[in-house]
Every structure is written in structure tokens, then in C-alpha cells.
Design a protein around this ligand. Structure first.
Ligand code: FAD
Length: 469
């Protein structure tokens, strides 16, 4: 039987933070839209990433605050917590957001198709699962995301060797956790578990944790972690994990062994591009699975766009969302280009880390006459009042023009503070724009104004540099 295929103006494969905003934007632009999802609406970010991890981190922060209460003059006695209740709360937050997302998609008249989508030509997609159909679309946006990368030498068994997804599902805490990989995900779990009283060891093969960040930032986080009792082994190449005994024995090159109850392996992500029929659509991914796109997020096949983890080195939900808006606008006749100059990036550790734009090292490499203005939280009234004196904010600027090129902050509320610098950098503002902006007192955001004054060699609440005689 030759059934007529259902047709859409735009079809989006994958409903993560890349795919679902792309679907909404295309619908807002007046198009008929199909959104194809093999698992749960919201993708990795909502179901297995950003939201569940930050919900558990929020619970841990409350515990930490209560443990510190005495320093604020509050007597609370002994404090206990029930981890399984924290996990219940995480699950209910995720379910609540997913339900409202599904409602939002329906209110935008987006047709949700449930199943695994595979391209069968540059304009057709076969869906296999709850919905079993083939559809045609004028424009296609691929947003299939990524999943934890399995290492053949020590594969996940989800009992003793976990990935981030299975670790988020555990209902009881181990006494000791070994984390293979000191990147963003490894460090966030290290921080969370340490607050909950777990003995944590991070094993990082590079010379420092969060090696993609500026050295000053990674050193500050390492110091804060060590103060909290987190063990860090750098230049540690893991060769295998022995699970034959009671716990795990992580074997390092050179013969050293680290013992723990369970291990988390967080060494990168595998891109979901290998079995989605790219060849049928004339798209050749790179060796690592990434789909090459132009600054309109269009692939080498006109009319097919790729966004999110599969389409750039930025594996961040908000980048996926912005790319989704760019792709959807281009696909519906509203030209828009992607620009990565001011991508804020946050690590939700204790203390938080947030960066945007260039580090000093990157600015010098690009031959800017770059310098840094840095200000410690310790010198801020609000930090003293809130007992949050660890950390600093720093601004990287071009000495020739005064333009702000980058900013880094380690400390309380870094995740919120970075928004100000994202606006500064996205709009190519100068340090004067910051010093001439009145910052409310007492706030931690004053750190930016103070760092800008330091950058101008005119520090306000910090001693002047000693003059050379
Ligand atoms: C533990 C953890 C914490 C994180 N925390 C943060 C954070 O705090 N901030 C941040 O910015 N980022 C964070 N991330 C990263 C963030 O989750 C990803 O960058 C983001 O989800 C990528 O979005 P995406 O739309 O590209 O893909 P995904 O979110 O991975 O979504 C892809 C969707 O496509 C579906 N799919 C795949 N193939 C098909 C197919 N063939 N047919 C139909 N559906 C398909 C998948 O089921 C999935 O739902 C975190 C990640 C993890 C793992």
C-alpha cells in the first residue's frame, strides 16, 4: 500500500535544550512543526544532566548552610539528612518541569512524534517506536545530543562503575567515590558528594583539574577542593578498574591503586550521530561524530541544520538553545548568525566557577596587549556578611582600547555574576563602562567594578601597586 506521508514545514529530531526551543521558534514563525523524541522530552539537560544534578546540589547547599549555622549565631544541634528524600525531590522537580514542557509544546501546536528518528533522504525521516511512520519535511533540524562515553578498558557496569546518569539514580551514598576525569561533570559530582560526607578522590590525566579553564581558575578550585578534603591526583592515567573485590580498585599507570566503593567515569561524551542516517542525507560527520555546520547552523546539505552537542565544541545547554533559535530562524526565512564570542560557562561546584570570553593566556596568544584586573571576595563587605570570602573575580582587558575580552569568577554566586560580563563582552564594552556603572552596595557584583578599577590601575578598595623607585 502506498500511504501518503505526513508533511511538515520543519521537522526537529531530538527534544533537548537545542531541539525543543528550535521547534518553538519555528512554530512561532508560523510553520507546521514535528518534534521527534526517542526518550523523554527535555533531553539530557532536563532528565539526566543540568536539572537533576543542580537539584541535588541545591539540597547539598542547604545542608552545608545548616552545618555552618553556628558561625551565624544559630544553634541547630546535630544535623541529619536522608539522601533518598533528596533523590525523590530531584525526581519530582524533573517530572514537574517535563510536564510543563510538554504542555508548552502542545500550546505551540507542535506535533510530538515518539520514537527513534532516522533520515531516509534529505527530506524524509522514518520514526520507529511508539509512533511508526515516515514523514517528509521542507527543513530538518538535527539535535540528537550526546551520551556518556564508555571506555572499553573499564566499561560501565552501572553497579560499581557508573556514568553520570546512573550515579544520579543511586538512592544510597557510598562511603568512598573515585572519579575518573576532573572535568566539569567530574568536579560537580566531587563537590556534591564531598558536601554529603563521601570521601572523594578525583583522578585526572592532565596536570590540573578543569584543564580547559584558565590556570588561575583551576588552581583556585583545586585549593578549595583540597580544603574540603577532596583528594586530587593529577597526571593520573587510569588503566583499569578491578571490581572483583568488595569495592573498586582503580589502577593507575605506574602501579598506584586507588580504592573506593564505587567509581564514576566522566571522561567525555559520545555524540549521537552514528545511526541516524546521515549518509542518506548527504552529510559526512567528522571522526569524532561532530556534524560540520556554517554560522547559520546549516550542514553541507542545504535545508538540513544541526545544533547542540553534535554541532560544536560547546557542550552547554544554553549554547544548544541559542543554536536552535539561529537554525529555526534561518530555516523559516529569518536570517541569523551564530557568534561564540561571549559564551558564559558555569561549573556548579562549591565554590562555583564561571567564565566568559578569553582567559589572559588566550588573549596573549591572540596578540592582544592584555592584562588582568582581579579582586578578591575577601575585600567585599557582602562576602564578609554572608561568610562567603573565598574566591575572586577577574577581568581580562585590552590595554590599548580598554575593551573587556574575558572574565572569570570563582566564588559564591559566580553562576549569576557571570551574566553581567556576558553582556559586557557580547556588546564589546570597555572597562570604563563597568567603572562608570553604579553597582549596588553591598553586593557581590561590586567585585566586577572593583576588578575593573584594578584593571585601570586605580584600585578603590585594594592597596595601589607598589611603585618602582
Ligand atoms: C550530569 C550533567 C550535567 C550537566 N550540567 C549542565 C549545566 O549545568 N549547564 C549546561 O549548560 N549544560 C550542562 N550539561 C550539558 C547539557 O546537558 C548538554 O550540553 C545539552 O543537554 C545538549 O543539548 P542537545 O539538545 O544538544 O542534546 P540532548 O540534551 O542530549 O538531547 C538530545 C535528545 O535527542 C534524543 N534523540 C537522540 N537521537 C534521537 C533520534 N535518532 N531520534 C529521536 N530522538 C533522538 C535524545 O533522546 C535526547 O532527548 C550537563 C550534562 C550532564 C551529563
Amino acid at each position: 500500500m502506498n500511504e501518503k506521508k505526513q508533511h511538515f514545514d520543519v521537522a526537529v529530531i531530538g527534544s533537548g535544550p537545542g531541539g525543543y526551543p528550535a521547534a518553538i521558534k519555528a512554530a512561532q514563525n508560523g510553520k507546521s512543526v514535528a518534534l521527534i523524541e526517542a526518550k523523554d522530552a527535555g533531553g539530557t539537560c532536563l532528565n539526566r544532566g543540568c536539572i537533576p544534578s543542580k537539584t541535588l546540589i541545591a539540597s547539598a547547599e542547604v545542608l552545608h548552610k545548616i552545618q555552618e549555622a553556628e558561625q551565624f549565631g544559630i544553634v541547630v544541634g546535630s544535623v541529619e539528612f536522608d539522601y533518598s528524600k533528596m533523590v525523590d525531590r530531584k525526581d519530582s522537580v524533573v517530572t514537574k518541569i517535563r510536564t510543563s514542557l510538554e504542555g508548552l509544546l502542545a500550546s505551540n501546536k507542535i506535533t510530538m512524534l515518539r520514537g527513534f528518528g532516522k533520515l531516509t533522504s534529505p527530506r524524509t525521516i522514518k520514526i520507529m517506536g511508539k509512533d511508526n511512520i515516515e514523514i517528509t519535511a521542507d527543513k530538518i533540524i538535527i539535535a540528537t545530543g550526546s551520551e556518556p562515553r564508555n571506555i572499553p578498558a573499564f566499561p560501565f557496569d552501572y553497579k560499581k562503575i557508573h556514568d553520570s546518569t546512573s550515579l544520579l539514580e543511586l538512592r544510597t551514598l557510598p562511603k568512598r567515590l573515585a572519579i575518573v576525569g576532573g572535568g566539569v561533570i567530574g568536579c560537580e559530582f566531587a563537590s556534591l558528594y564531598a558536601i554529603l560526607g563521601v570521601e572523594v578522590t578525583i583522578l585526572e590525566m592532565m596536570p590540573r583539574i578543569i584543564p580547559m579553564e584558565a590556570e588561575s581558575v583551576s588552581t583556585a578550585l583545586a585549593k578549595a577542593f583540597q580544603k574540603k578534603g577532596i583528594r586530587i591526583e593529577t597526571n593520573a592515567v587510569v588503566e583499569g578498574i578491578d571490581t572483583s573485590g568488595k569495592g573498586v580498585k582503580v589502577k593507575l599507570a605506574g602501579g598506584k591503586t586507588v580504592e573506593a566503593d564505587i567509581a564514576l567515569v566522566a571522561v567525555g561524551r559520545k555524540l549521537n550521530t552514528s545511526d541516524i542516517g546521515l549518509d542518506k542525507a548527504g552529510i559526512a560527520p567528522l571522526d569524532n561524530g561532530m556534524i560540520p555546520v556554517n554560522d547559520r547552523m546549516e550542514t553541507q546539505t542545504p535545508g538540513i541544520y544541526a545544533i547542540g552537542d553534535i554541532a560544536s565544541k560547546w557542550w552547554l545547554a544554553h549554547v544548544a538553545t541559542h543554536q536552535g533559535l539561529v537554525a529555526a530562524n534561518n530555516a523559516t526565512g529569518h536570517p541569523m548568525r551564530m557568534n561564540y564570542n561571549a559564551v558564559p560557562s558555569v561549573i556548579f561546584t562549591s565554590p562555583e566557577v564561571a567564565t566568559v570570553g578569553m582567559s589572559l593566556e588566550q588573549a596573549l596568544e591572540k596578540r592582544y596587549r592584555a592584562t588582568v584586573g582581579a579582586f578578591p571576595f575577601q575585600a567585599l563587605g557582602k562576602s564578609q556578611a554572608a561568610l562567603q570570602t573565598d574566591g575572586f573575580a577577574q577581568i581580562v582587558l585590552d590595554k590599548t582600547t580598554g575593551q573587556v575580552l574575558g572574565a572569570q569568577v570563582v566564588g559564591h554566586e559566580a553562576s549569576t555574576l557571570i551574566a553581567e560580563m556576558a553582556i559586557v563582552i557580547a556588546n564589546e564594552l570597555t572597562v570604563e563602562c563597568i567603572t562608570e556603572t553604579i553597582h549596588a552596595h553591598p553586593t557581590i557584583a561590586e567585585a566586577w567594578m572593583e576588578a575593573a578599577f584594578v584593571g585601570e590601575d586605580a584600585p578603590l578598595h585594594w592597596p595601589p601597586k607598589r611603585q618602582n623607585k
